[in-house]
Design a binder for this molecule. Structure first.
Ligand SMILES: [Zn+2]
Length: 504
């Protein structure tokens, strides 16, 4: 390793340490801190963020990146090496960060903390008015960010590319339109046959303290390494966070009369955590030590939540564990009953509890609203009405309260517009990746057939996780599956699975 690259790496390590400190402060704010402490905590995060931003946009940093690139190129270092990947990533990141003023980063961080508290309260009180002024600020911050980053076609492109490199708004629209055209008739046909699947066994009295004893088993069953993690945390909006590959944590939420959120939320967040736990050791303390994009990250969580966690084979292997925990609730049900219940398709209000098919419609709703907000066509105070009418158009239902409508997600407390579409992209990536994995290694299918996810985790580790952020999504997906994102595998999967369940 040359001299300039070594110097660069030291700087990068320090900046990365600061970033992980902000993650830890956020984790603690969400999981442990009293709400009275949140405002000052947000200032603390703001201060560290500012410091981090200043270091990463310094002239010295720019020079080091340039010199390191020259150094690596003249040494003929391989394009896929950690060194080249890091410099490539930093050069792009540096250029973008230089366009964003330091005061903007700090303003956003502080506003986000306040918005977070207002959102929690608005959601608890079903009072959108409490959140509206904060949403207006967040939209303005989103528009401001798009201007700093720049765009060629649509303002939303600038924001989307922050989460899914190489994807444009028009690309997402095309994929979404194709999925909507293929799955909307399937959802409509299923709606006519609601009597085919009964999910009442999921809605019983499931004491939270028992759920908390059994959830770790399911985190482990889909690959969570507790030695490189922690006990499950509790959060209003579950999330995963990692401080290094040796410390990736998950949160979940518990409903006393509905078993699904804790169970599938846990498996979902586990999918995220094992991605972070599996990033290459040589990437540690650099920005490459994380999932390459939100869409690919979500493909890992949706794979564990849905393709594995909602599969027939998984429950035939593991249902007894849940039965042992809840003998009076589930003792007289079969694994097959449970498999059918957890795969019921029915339009509902809450995105994170939606089934695999209607979930994508929830994302399409947010994708359309976000574009309107960023383009200035939708004001904060008009969001509840826009939400409700779009919900009626896509799913045929209107939420009775804003808490069950536009206040359900934490995302708009910060200007992270462009994030939502990646959730649906994750669904489509997940099936394509699993198909490729099974094709390449027969032991994966054999393992899954007995509820063993280890061979799958090994394939994901080698083909996705260990690369961290070295490659952009299109390149990574092509390396792993032989072709870029294709919505067809998801459509085939959905038609086969739900066609069988609903006898279509
Ligand atoms: Zn997720």
């Amino acid at each position: 390793m040359g001299n300039h690259f070594q110097q660069l790496l030291e700087k990068v390590n320090e900046i990365h340490d600061l970033e992980k400190v902000t993650w830890l402060l956020s984790w603690d704010r969400e999981v442990n801190a009293p709400s009275a402490g949140a405002a000052i905590r947000s200032k603390q995060i703001g201060t560290v963020s500012k410091l981090m931003h200043e270091l990463s946009v310094s002239d010295e940093m720019g020079e080091l990146i340039e010199r390191s690139a020259d150094e690596l190129n003249s040494a003929g270092t391989d394009r896929s090496s950690m060194e080249q990947s890091l410099v490539r990533f930093l050069a792009r990141d540096y250029k973008e960060n230089r366009r964003i003023p330091t005061d903007y980063v700090q303003r956003v961080s502080i506003a986000q903390g306040k918005a977070n508290e207002a959102w929690k309260s608005a959601r608890a009180n079903n009072n959108f008015a409490e959140f509206a002024p904060h949403l207006a600020i967040s939209i303005a911050h989103g528009q401001e960010k798009a201007e700093y980053l720049g765009y060629e076609d649509e303002k939303y492109d600038a924001l989307l590319s922050q989460f899914e490199r190489g994807m444009k708004t028009a690309d997402v629209r095309r994929v979404f339109d194709a999925i909507r055209a293929e799955t909307a008739p399937l959802i409509a046909a299923i709606n006519e046959r609601q009597d085919k699947v009964d999910d009442s066994i999921l809605h019983q009295d499931f004491p939270v303290e028992i759920q908390q004893t059994v959830a770790p088993y399911f985190a482990k069953a889909v690959g969570y390494n507790f030695d490189h993690g922690a006990e499950l945390g509790t959060a209003a909006h579950p999330f995963a966070s990692s401080f290094s590959r040796y410390d990736a944590r998950i949160t979940t939420r518990w409903y006393a009369n509905f078993i699904s959120p804790a169970l599938f939320g846990t498996m979902h967040e586990t999918g995220h955590a094992i991605y972070e736990q599996g990033t290459g050791a040589e990437l540690e303390r650099t920005p490459l030590a994380r999932g390459t994009s939100m869409g690919i990250h979500e493909s890992q969580s949706r794979m564990m939540e849905n393709l594995v966690g909602r599969s027939r084979a998984f429950w035939h292997a593991h249902f007894h564990k849940l039965q042992e925990a809840f003998p009076s609730q589930l003792g007289s049900s079969s694994a097959e009953d449970f498999y059918r219940a957890i795969n019921k398709v029915s339009p509902s209000f809450i995105r994170v509890e939606a089934d695999e098919l209607t979930y994508n419609m929830h994302i399409m709703l947010r994708f359309e609203l976000e574009q309107a907000m960023i383009n200035g066509d939708l004001k904060a105070e008009d969001v509840p009405d826009a939400w409700n009418s779009k919900m009626e158009e896509l799913l045929g239902i209107i939420p009775p309260t804003d808490s069950q409508g536009c206040l359900q997600d934490i995302h708009w407390t910060r200007p992270s517009y462009g994030y939502f579409p990646t959730y649906a992209l994750g669904n489509f990536y997940s099936v394509q990746l699993l198909d490729a994995a099974k094709e390449q290694d027969p032991s994966i299918e054999a393992g899954l057939a007995k509820g063993d996810t280890a061979p799958l985790k090994a394939w994901l580790g080698k083909n996705i996780h260990e690369h961290g952020k070295k490659f952009d999504p299109p390149e990574l997906v092509t390396m792993a599956t032989g072709r870029p994102l294709d919505h067809e595998p998801f459509v085939r999967y959905a038609k086969a699975k739900f066609g069988e369940l609903y006898e279509l």
